[in-house]
Structure formats: C-alpha cells, structure tokens
Design a binder for this molecule. Structure first.
Ligand code: OXD
Ligand code: MN
Length: 591
C-alpha cells in the first residue's frame, strides 16, 4: 500500500545513489542516539569534553577556521524567475544551480554515514508548525538539530500524517570555501548546502528552512516568517503582553528575550518564547498569533555574562554544545566579556596568545535547549501560539536614531521596518561595523523579492485586523565613542513604555518620524543620565533624518517597479513632513 513516506524513501534512495555513503542512519531523536553521536565525535575529535564537574554534558566543537560564519555571498535563492528572488538575493537559474551543486555532492559521502534527520519546526501538534527532513553527513549537525528542533520519531509521524515536508540536503564536503554553496529552491521546497558545517549554513531547519523557504511559503499562505525574538512581559498584576522584535544577527535578540528587569521594576517578569525566529498568522480574532519554530538557542557567546544576560549564563552550565569558544586551563568554556576565569587555549586550540586576536571567535556560539532557560515560557509549547501586542524593529546605530519611537500606524510601521539600517557584525563573513539597510532584519533571510515582501506585509492591514503596534528601538547610540544608554536589563524601561502605548496608557510626542516618549513618559528612576544624554536619546535631528530619508528613497527604488506604491507614498509623506519647517513645537500625543 502506498505510504505518505514513499516520497521521503525515494528521495533518500536518490541522494544515497548520488552521494554514496557507507551507511544510512534514520534518526529517532532519542537520548541514546544523542549519546552515541557524542561518543563518536569524542573519538573522532569533532568534540572535546568540557569540565564535567563545572559543566556536565557540555562539549566543545572547533570548526574549520575557514568556516566560522554564515556566507551570504555563497547563498543563493533560485526560483525559476530571477525577479522573484529580487535584488536582495543572489540568484542562479534552478537547473544550473542543481547541476553545479549536484556535481559537488557526487560521491561526497564515501566512507561516511548519511543521517536522515526528520524534524518539526514548531510545537509538534501546532497547525502553524511545518516539518522538514535534513540529510547530512555531519554528526555535529545531527546533535545540534536535536537541540534546535523537535527531531526524530514524532516529526516522522507528523510527516507521515501531513505528507509534505521541506527537503534539505547537506554535506560538509571537504570544507573548501571554493566549493561551498547554500542554495534554496523555494518552488521545490528544497535546500542544498555543501562545504560548510557551521550554524545557519548547515543546521538547515534554522535560516534555510524557517526563514528563507518559510517566508516564501508564508507569502503564498498568508502568514509571516520573521527574524524575530518573542517575549512575554508580565506586570505585577499578572497581565502578560507578548512582543516580537526583529534585530539583525548579533544585535542583542537573545539578551532582550531573556531580560531580567532592574531593581526599579519589582514584580515584573520577562518570559522567553524565542530568541531568533517567529512565525505569525492572523487568528480568528484578527490579532497576529505567533510561535517560535525552534526548540533551542544557537546564541552568540562573546559578551554573554552574569551582568548582560544572567539567564543565558544560568542555562549554559550543563547539557550544551559550544562552538569556537576558548577554554580555561581546567576545561571550562570561556569567551570575551566573561569576567570569571581566563583563557588557556583559544578557539583554534592554540595556547592563548593575545597577539593571535580574541580567545573566542567573535561569532562563537552555544547550542542549548530552550527549556534550560530560567525564563522559558511554557506558552512556547502552545499549539495556537501567543497573541502579539507589539512588533519592534531595531539595529545598531551609533548616531541619529533615537532610543525608541512608535510608528503612527501599520503602513508607517512597514516603512519603518523596510527602512531599517544597522552596522554589520561578525555573524556573517565580511566587514564589521558598516551601515547597511537590513529590512525587518531579513536582508540575509528573505526567500523572495523584498518589494513583494513589503507588499505582503502591507496586505495584513485589512478590515477587522487587530494588528500590533509597531516600534523602532536603538540601544547603540554613542557619544564620545561610548554607548549612552545602559541597555540590557534597563531596556525594560523601553518595553514598559511600548506596552503602555499598546494600552493607550502612556504619553508621547508626535514627530515626523513617529511618536517619541518625553522624559516623563519613561521610568528613568535609578539611572544617571544627564540632560544632554537624554536630549540625544529622545531627540529628532530633522536635518539628519531628511538625509536618512533621501537614502531610504534610493534604497526603496533599488527594488524597481515592484516596490509597492503605497510604501513610496508613505515615504513621501514622512519626507515632506521632515522638510516642512516645524511651525510649532512638537505636539504631545498623550494616549
Ligand atoms: C543567527 C544569525 O545565527 O542570525 O541567528 O546569524
Ligand atoms: Mn539570527
């Protein structure tokens, strides 16, 4: 009798014929299987054990030094029509892309085991969840997928029920950067990745499936797949508001998702649902309901400490995989920003010598189950997801961009997200600290033309929709080379204002770029910020913004004819307001 797994079995056979592995292993996701993989990797040297007394069940993986970050210049989105990939993606014709990458896959698994990894992105019984199967020859990838997704038997059972799944073929190949490609075929719901064993290049459930392929599916099916954390903010009265926030890679999503409120906030609590990806869909009540498709965190280690993110540190002392961090003399993991301990060996396993650069690679990571986080929310498992009250966009901006502002409505919010800019980080190869536009923090992850993506975002504004309010934040404003805003736990003050705005319970002042808090609208108790610093954080430099909007116009035009007229009109509205001399002091918009 035909089974819904026939297509999967046929694909596994086809891949095995191409890649010629010595063995095929179907992953069941069990603890015993995980332990066997760990033993194997300890034998081959792919993992080393960290100090079992201080960090039980923690392991260190050192990747090839040429393979330490996502490779955007080698990442392709390959629909039949180049226009559908858009100027935001590298495109290759699908036939050519298959030919090129299949030539690299030919025979690449000789002497290796081919692992079949069924996984589910999202709570296993959620109507919002979607399944995939990754075929890989990397046991490190399998171990990470077990932490990051619902992997194994339950996922296979769901695939058997649903029939459909996303196909992801991965091999580390020979780790030669000249033979490295990450290719996406959205029309075939297929991913092919070779030549890298690192993070988003290799754990195909994450960026490749849950963002690039899912964003394509989401457009067709009427939902959103976004590069956003999800948190719940609980007041002392027990009221919880859920917020989703999009920041580019390595701009603090993990820290915000796990925030511990400062002393000025007794009785408040932040609940963590996700730190990287959010799938949202309009519910019958018109609100957007969101799930985190992932089950773990693949977070940036450097900078994580008891003062910046105590919750993260608390989840990292057992059952975690560390990649490219340094080690202390007694085999504890170490990275820059950790005041305890000091490095003895660097991320490449050399005796630590500051002349060789940082001890931990700036993009070194931890992989850990979300359930280990002290602020993990049980609502993460809710099949219906959580209702989103606010969407926050943000980036790293040394100058110009204020601490926080609120978009006047959804259309303006879409413009604010589309116009986002951020200084680049070590999460991808290339120069660090260069300002680039990164719409909705999706520049490296949107699986289709940004112009169509903006139109898709605009399309959610329809009768009976009860859409979240949209905000923009910037924790990274600098003066004299130093950050002005303390950030981390104190970002709670901004979250409180945001939720207050959602409830029409707190004031703001209207400006052409959006509504900003006045000093009296923010709880600043216990902070020592000077008047000049507050002016900087809460001020709008009209001339600077006029220049910014000129740059945004060029950026929107770079997507050509498909850029929605409504977005351009919205841009023109703000640009004209900025150009008009302020007739009167900004108006208070007390809500
Ligand atoms: C990530 C990234 O790993 O955005 O989450 O690079
Ligand atoms: Mn990310």
């Amino acid at each position: 009798m035909a089974s819904k797994l026939d297509a999967l079995n046929r694909w596994v056979d086809e891949v095995a014929r191409l890649t010629q592995p010595d063995r095929i292993h179907w992953c069941d996701g069990s603890e015993a299987e995980y332990q066997a993989l760990v033993e194997l990797m300890l034998d081959t040297g792919d993992l080393t054990e960290l100090n079992p007394a201080t960090h039980p069940n923690c392991y260190l993986h050192r990747s090839n030094p040429s393979d330490v970050a996502r490779v955007e210049h080698l990442t392709f989105v390959c629909p039949a029509n180049a226009e559908d990939a858009g100027a935001n993606n590298h495109w290759m014709a699908p036939d050519e892309a298959h030919r090129k990458i299949d030539a690299l896959f030919a025979g690449c698994m000789k002497g290796r085991t081919l692992y079949v990894v069924p996984y589910c992105m999202g709570p296993i019984d959620s109507p919002l969840a979607r399944c995939g199967v990754e075929i890989t020859d990397s046991p490190y990838v399998v171990a990470n997928m077990r932490v990051m997704t619902r992997m194994g038997e339950a996922a296979l059972a769901r695939i058997e029920r649903d029939g459909g799944f996303v196909k992801g073929l991965h091999s580390i190949g020979d780790l030669d950067p000249a033979k490295r490609f990450i290719m996406h075929f959205p029309e075939e719901l297929t991913i092919k990745s070779i030549g890298s064993g690192y993070g988003g290049n290799a754990l195909l459930g994450k960026k490749c499936h849950a963002l690039r392929i899912a964003s394509w599916q989401a457009r067709q099916e009427g939902w959103l797949a976004e590069h956003m954390l999800i948190l719940g903010l609980e007041s002392p009265q027990g009221e919880i508001h859920y917020v989703a926030a999009a920041f580019p890679s390595a701009c603090g999503k993990t820290n915000l998702a796990m925030l511990i409120p400062p002393a000025a906030y007794p009785g408040w609590k932040v609940w963590t649902i996700g730190d990287d990806i959010c799938w949202m869909q309009p519910g019958p009540d018109g609100r957007l309901w969101a799930i985190n498709p992932e089950a773990g965190f693949f977070g940036v280690a450097p900078g994580t400490s008891r003062s910046t993110n105590p919750n993260a540190l608390a989840m990292l002392d057992h059952d975690a995989i560390f990649t490219n961090v340094a080690e202390t003399a007694d085999q504890q993991p170490w990275w820059e920003g950790l005041p305890e301990g000091k490095p003895a060996r660097d991320w490449q396993g050399r005796d630590y010598d500051p002349a060789n650069g940082p001890a931990a690679h700036p993009n070194s990571r931890f992989t850990v189950s979300a359930r280990q986080c002290p602020s993990w929310s049980p609502r993460s498992e809710d099949p219906q997801g959580v209702p989103i009250s606010a969407i926050i966009f943000g980036g790293r901006r040394e100058s110009l961009v204020p601490l926080v502002f609120e978009a006047r409505d959804w259309k303006h919010g879409v413009l604010v997200g589309a116009a986002m800019g951020s200084e680049t980080t070590a999460a991808a190869t290339g120069a660090v600290g260069v300002l680039r536009r990164d719409s909705m923090a999706m520049k490296p992850f949107c699986g289709y033309n940004f112009a169509d993506y903006f139109a898709h975002w605009l399309s959610f504004d329809r009768p009976n929709a009860k859409l979240p309010k949209v905000f923009h934040v910037n924790w990274f404003r600098k003066a004299d080379g130093k950050f002005v805003w303390p950030g981390f736990g104190d970002n709670m003050r901004v979250l409180e204002w945001i939720v207050g705005r959602c409830k029409d319970a707190v004031g703001a002042v209207e400006t052409p770029i959006g509504n900003l808090p006045r000093r009296e609208d923010l709880n600043l108790a216990g902070l020592s910020l000077s008047d000049a610093q507050l002016d900087l954080l809460l001020g709008v430099d009209r001339e600077g913004w006029a220049r910014e909007y000129a740059g945004i116009a060029e950026y929107l035009d770079s997507f050509g004819e498909r850029t929605p007229a409504a977005l351009k009109q919205e841009h023109a509205r703000v640009r004209d307001e900025l150009a008009a001399a302020p007739a009167a002091p900004p108006r208070a918009a007390v809500g």
